[in-house]
Ligand binder design. Structure first.
Ligand code: 5GP
Ligand code: ZN
Length: 114
């Protein structure tokens, strides 16, 4: 068993503000938000990042995006827009090696990212 921050959050060993949960994923508020809405969509299965083949096996990626669609709709993010970001690897800025998609919304977002 890996010693993983997000596995502990999923198992409720570490508290978090949960905005959505189903059998496949959990969506929580980021502890250091960079925008008025900054959520983390995290699959319950321990998958390292988007490059991990487990993410696309057994339809997990599809179930995961179903959840993201639901949350974006329920929280009213679709009308004004939102960004999803998955940092993959340390040079890309990944600090927690359990796959998560940032869902960022509520202010104009510049491009390209830093
Ligand atoms: P990464 O840098 O891997 O793309 O994103 C990790 C994210 O997890 C960061 O935005 C960071 O603020 C967030 N984070 C780190 N520790 C915790 C925590 O204990 N609780 C919550 N809710 N978010 C966390
Ligand atoms: Zn994990």
């Amino acid at each position: 068993m890996v010693d993983c921050l997000f596995c502990k959050i999923i198992n409720k060993e570490i508290p978090s503000q949960i905005v959505y949960e189903d059998d496949n994923l959990i969506v929580i508020k980021d502890i250091q938000p960079v925008a008025p809405t900054h959520l983390l969509a995290i699959p319950k299965q321990h998958v390292e990042n988007v490059a991990d083949p487990k993410f696309t096996e057994a339809g997990l990626a599809n179930l995961f995006f179903d959840g993201i669609q639901k949350v974006a709709k329920e929280l009213g993010l679709v009308e004004n827009g939102f960004r999803i970001v998955a940092n993959c690897g340390s040079e890309a800025g990944q600090t927690v090696f359990h796959l998560h998609f940032h869902i960022i919304s509520g202010r104009p977002l510049s491009w390209p990212p830093g």
